[in-house]
Design a protein around this ligand. Structure first.
Ligand code: ME8
Length: 535
């Protein structure tokens, strides 16, 4: 919920989360995709003037991590510490992720509270002891149903495979504790019905509704055959199922059981960003856990589609061989942040290609946007000694630009800020950039400049002011997506002395025409999007 500044009780922060990622390996393009999306959403809402809380972190318990550590001859804790410090946190820093917190599920601030939460469910009679036997996928950390398994071929002939990982499942038989999930089906369906935006996109919502309608089974929430996890408080031969442990991060990180004020101000989340592989955990199990504990439900679960490789979900085992750092080394961090959100409709699957990235970089970033910025700065320097001239009266052409900007701001704010349609919102801003380029081509200020009459000089001033003021708005609107580049443009327009820091510029004021004052010092500055090196 947006900050209102009122004294009313209830959450005041716009709370965004990413999944907490498994640290069995270093992050890849898929993890970065969700985290960048969350960062853009966060920065957008900050520029709406809202108080925002952006949370990410790592999921460190369970069999998958334990086995990876064993295979590497170190303890699970050592393995996690190393990967978090050497791979995960550095990548988020490199990509300019402005998260407010980073939660690790091995931290005491988390584990103690997880025990309290589960104890509370137990005390409320929501948990009972029972036995279970079924096929388990360790990469998913999930029991599968027989119906969804695939028949193995080739090296896996005669075995049953997980439909996501295409790896053999393991048959498990254990005495476990169970959460009465089956009781929550009707309440969940009611909630989906009453809150049509709860699960996004529509296709994801339909899938979940259909799944819950089939009837839910109770959920095994403990494991007893290994010990890398949080102990069940009343029976320390069991550890808490890694997904129950992991989902609770969204509560423990914002003060559940430790800081009442902060918890009330932040919880529940406005948006849990997840990949569609983990949608059911977030849209079924998590809300049921909250209902069982009497806590409020998140406002929205938004599932992103999969980055694909050769028709399959990109994962550790079928990576493109391209790391995020390799792409940022070639295209730059800002272009990287921009590309995946621009090129793939959020919520749908999409393939990445080096060629597509290069083509879009050159046409949209370097030619449309970068050239516009450098041409305008060069002309203000050449014709007005680097002092932004005042605009004379607007003609029709200028009014079209002013109107175009107002439309772009409305469209981008609705799409990015409300609908999480990043591609649509960015497209609206780039359509405006195209419009300004068209305006300059038509008005041809370089021709007008040849005429030294006062009327022509006034006209020249108007054209260049219009273009520079348009760029001022582009810097503001693109700051959430490309903060480094926007800062360079802000600097080159000489905007800071009069308008203040870029991050403090409001989206709602981006279309207020005439904010950049005449007399601002415009410098040529660095090239925003340098020509790409041959690859
Ligand atoms: O599932 N395309 O962690 P995880 C798009 N620890 N997004 C992708 C992707 C791809 N090819 N590959 C990964 C877990 N992702 C649990 C989460 S939350 C309480 C616990 C992103 O390391 C996407 O967001 O397997 C996906 O849901 C997440 O990484 C899975 O990360």
């Amino acid at each position: 919920m947006a900050a209102t500044g009122s004294e009313q009780a209830g959450p005041t922060a716009y709370y965004v989360s990413t999944p907490i990622y498994y640290v069995n390996d270093a992050p890849h393009l898929g993890h970065a995709y969700t985290t960048v999306a969350g960062d853009v959403l966060t920065r957008w809402h900050r520029q709406r003037g809202e108080k925002v809380w952006y949370l990410t972190g790592t999921d460190e318990h369970g069999q998958k991590i334990m086995r990876t550590a064993e295979a590497n001859g170190v303890s699970p804790q050592e393995w996690c510490d190393k990967l978090v410090e050497e791979a995960w946190k550095p990548l988020w820093e490199h990509l300019n992720i402005a998260n407010d917190d980073f939660i690790r599920t091995t931290e005491r601030r988390h584990t103690d509270r997880v025990q309290e939460f589960v104890q509370d469910l137990y005390d409320r009679g929501e948990i009972y002891q029972g036995g279970y036997e079924g096929p388990y996928c360790v990469p998913c950390e999930e029991y599968k149903t027989y119906g969804e398994l695939l028949d193995g071929e080739g090296e896996f002939e005669g075995q049953k495979l997980c439909p996501i990982h295409k790896k053999p499942v393991e048959m498990l038989q254990e005495e476990n504790y169970f959460f009465k999930l089956s009781a929550y089906g009707p309440k969940l369906l009611e909630h989906y019905e009453a809150n049509p935006d709860f699960i996004q996109p529509e296709s994801a919502r339909n899938e979940v509704v259909q799944f819950v309608r089939q009837g839910l089974e109770d959920l095994s929430i403990s494991r007893s055959t290994f010990d890398w996890g949080v102990k069940i408080p009343w029976d320390d031969k069991h550890v808490i199922y890694v997904w129950i442990d992991a989902l609770l991060n969204y509560a423990t990180a914002v003060g559940y059981g430790s800081d009442r004020r902060r918890f009330d101000e932040t919880f529940p989340a406005d948006v849990h960003l997840v990949g569609k592989d983990i949608l059911r955990f977030h849209a079924v199990i998590w809300p049921a856990m909250l209902m069982a504990n009497g806590l409020p439900l998140p406002r929205r679960i938004a599932a992103n589609g999969w980055l694909m490789v050769g028709g399959e979900k990109m994962s550790k085992s079928n990576l493109t061989g391209i790391s995020p750092q390799e792409l940022t080394g070639h295209f730059g961090v800002d272009a990287y942040r921009w590309y995946f959100l621009r090129a793939i409709a959020f919520g749908q699957d999409g393939s990445f290609s080096w060629e597509d990235f290069s083509a879009r970089y050159t046409s949209e970033l370097a030619n449309d946007y970068g050239n516009l910025a450098s041409r305008v700065a060069a002309m203000v320097n050449k014709y007005f000694d680097g002092k932004l001239p005042a605009s004379a009266a607007h003609g029709e052409a200028e009014q079209a630009v002013v109107d175009g900007l107002a439309g772009a701001v409305r469209e981008a704010d609705r799409r990015i800020g409300e609908e999480l349609d990043f591609a649509g919102g960015i497209a609206a801003i780039f359509d405006f950039i195209k419009q300004v380029n068209g305006y300059l081509t038509e008005q041809a200020p370089w021709k007008v400049a040849k005429d030294t009459s006062p009327e022509a000089q006034a006209r020249l001033a108007t054209i260049l002011y219009t273009a520079a003021e348009s760029l001022r708005a582009c810097a503001v609107l693109l700051n959430p997506v490309m903060p480094e580049t926007s800062a360079k443009l802000w600097d080159s327009l000489g905007a800071e002395p009069s308008l203040g820091a870029l991050a403090d510029q409001r989206i709602s004021e981006a279309a207020d025409w005439g904010r950049l004052p005449a007399g601002s010092t415009v410098t040529k500055g660095a090239v925003l999007f340098p020509r790409l090196e041959e690859k």
